[in-house]
Structure formats: C-alpha cells, structure tokens
Design a protein around this ligand. Structure first.
Ligand SMILES: Cc1cc2nc3c(=O)[nH]c(=O)nc-3n(C[C@H](O)[C@H](O)[C@H](O)COP(=O)(O)OP(=O)(O)OC[C@H]3O[C@@H](n4cnc5c(N)ncnc54)[C@H](O)[C@@H]3O)c2cc1C
Ligand code: FES
Length: 251
C-alpha cells in the first residue's frame, strides 16, 4: 500500500449518476481483485473516499463511482491532467482457491464494480457466472466487462432492462435450474447481502462478501469502520476486510 500522487487520465460519465475515473501512477500498482483505494477528493475534504478498484493494468488504475454526496460531487469535477492523492491498494480482496472452478458473482448497486476486478483476474482460468442487478436501465454499466463471463445475467429492479428481479433472485433461479457454483463472491447493499446469506446457508454454499462501511483512515488505525462478527468479536472492514466469509459476519 502506498500513497500515490496519481494523474487523472480520464473522468467521464458512464451511466446515470455513475462516473469512471482512471489514474496513472509513476510505477505499476500491484492489485488483488476486490481491493480498494482511498481517494483524496481535494479541497476542504479532509477525509478520503473509499472506492473499489475496478480495473488495474500496470500503472493505470480505474475506479467507478456513484455520485452520492459532497465528496463524489467534487470528484466528478476533476479533469484529465489533474493530480490527486490515492492510497492503494487497500484491504484483503477476493481470493478464489484452486479447487473452486465454478464461481458465481452476485452484485447489486455500486457493488458491481469490485466484481469486475474479479472477472478480470479469474475470467480466463475459472468458469464464472455473473448475476448483476441495477436499479433501472439508466444505471446499467460495465456490461462490456460482464459479457466476458461464461454466463451473464443482468436484471433491473423495475424490469426496464433484463428481467424484473434483483441479483439474488436471478442467482436463486439459476441455482434451481442446476447451475451450482463452488463458491459465491458478492458485493452490494446490506439487505441484498442478507438475502444472499439466507440462500447460501440453505444451499450450503461457500460464500464471501465485500462489505461497505463508513471509513476514516482506511488503514486500520481509527476503528471507524468496525463491523460485528458472528462470534461476538469486531473486525475492521478496511484492514481485516472488506471481504469476509459470509458465515463470519453479522449482517
Ligand atoms: C470498501 C468500499 C468500497 C466502495 N466502493 C465503491 C465503489 O466502487 N463505487 C462507489 O460508488 N462507491 C463505493 N463505496 C461507497 C463510497 O465510499 C461512498 O459512496 C462515498 O464515500 C460517498 O462519499 P460522498 O462524500 O459523496 O457522500 P457523503 O454521504 O457526503 O459522505 C459523507 C461521509 O460518509 C462516508 N460514506 C457515505 N456513504 C458511504 C458508504 N456507502 N460507504 C462508505 N462510506 C460512506 C464518506 O466516505 C464520507 O466520509 C465503497 C465503500 C467502501 C467502504
Ligand atoms: S477506517 Fe480507520 S480503522 Fe478502518
């Protein structure tokens, strides 16, 4: 992990309220799928914003972010050529074991972005099925990446693109049809992860989830990001996570 002074190569809108920003650094950034960066948005924003790394190719690192509040509004105004401090790569990331050949990706909302990094890392060696849910057709993005999966099922909450259902329902439907993975990797809003946890418990499937928590330091020092574990202990999402075995976290 390093605090890079990174040059913005591009920062453009890719869907409603969603932007893609690519940084260039002086040296290659060693990134594992599912890791994130803490981006300093400049100005008076003292806290950085944690965003999942979507693509990393040598010294080019790309993030996709949804405009939410003040920080991401500010990030949207950054132009190519400007420089920002980016602390990366952070967190543990997703790890697919050798014996896990069939992988299911289940993502919703901004949780779809770290799953792109999984597909890019493991797509050539594993059989990957991606179940990806968007709010509506205007929020659809990353399709060119997910189409590289062995199987891609894209759905929307309102049925304006793909079937009307969420990504957990899409996964459950395929499971019933006999497409059973060795491991499930997921990221998305907590209610989605809760529904997924119930399903994988019933089906006795291995599952890892990437959590989102408000963060301060991003490196394990401030404890702003702690989450509850099922054994009663607490863990730091930034350093012990953001990826956890679904059985270990209280959702
Ligand atoms: C590990 C991780 C990966 C993430 N990856 C992505 C991603 O790939 N794309 C994306 O669009 N968003 C992602 N998020 C959520 C993103 O960090 C927040 O949407 C963003 O910080 C909002 O900042 P803001 O100033 O625009 O909003 P505000 O609501 O004004 O933020 C105020 C404060 O709350 C924090 N905050 C607000 N919402 C969240 C949230 N959901 N999670 C964590 N902190 C929050 C902000 O960091 C800031 O400190 C990720 C969060 C985490 C923890
Ligand atoms: S954000 Fe400071 S410990 Fe996780």
């Amino acid at each position: 992990m390093k605090d890079y002074l990174a040059t913005v190569v591009k920062n453009e809108r890719i869907a409603e309220n969603i932007y893609e920003i690519t940084f260039q650094t002086e040296e290659d950034v060693p990134v594992r799928a599912g890791q994130f960066g803490d981006i300093s948005v400049g100005g008076t924003h003292l806290l950085r914003r944690p965003i999942a790394i979507c693509k990393a190719e040598g010294n080019l690192v790309t993030y996709c972010y949804q405009i939410k509040g003040e920080g991401t509004q500010k990030l949207k105004t950054v132009r190519a050529g400007e420089q920002l401090n980016v602390l990366m790569p952070l967190g543990n990331g997703f790890f697919v074991e050798e014996k896990e050949q069939k992988v299911a990706l289940v993502g919703g909302g901004v949780g779809v972005f770290p799953l792109i990094s999984v597909l890019r890392a493991y797509g050539k060696e594993k059989e990957i099925s991606a179940y990806i849910g968007y709010r509506n057709k205007d929020a659809v993005c990353g399709v060119d990446e997910f189409e590289k999966a062995t199987k891609f099922v894209g759905v929307t909450d309102d049925g304006s693109w793909g079937e009307k259902m969420n990504s957990v329902q899409a996964f459950a439907k395929d499971l019933q049809a006999g497409n059973r993975p060795d491991v499930v990797l997921a990221c998305g809003p907590t209610p989605m992860l809760r529904a997924l946890k119930r399903l994988v418990e019933e089906e006795k499937l291995a599952c890892y989830v990437s959590l989102e928590e408000r963060m301060g330091c991003g490196i394990g020092a401030c404890l702003v990001c702690v989450c509850n574990l099922t054994n009663g202990a607490r863990a730091r999402v930034c350093k012990d996570g953001p990826v956890f075995n679904v059985n270990d976290v209280a959702l």
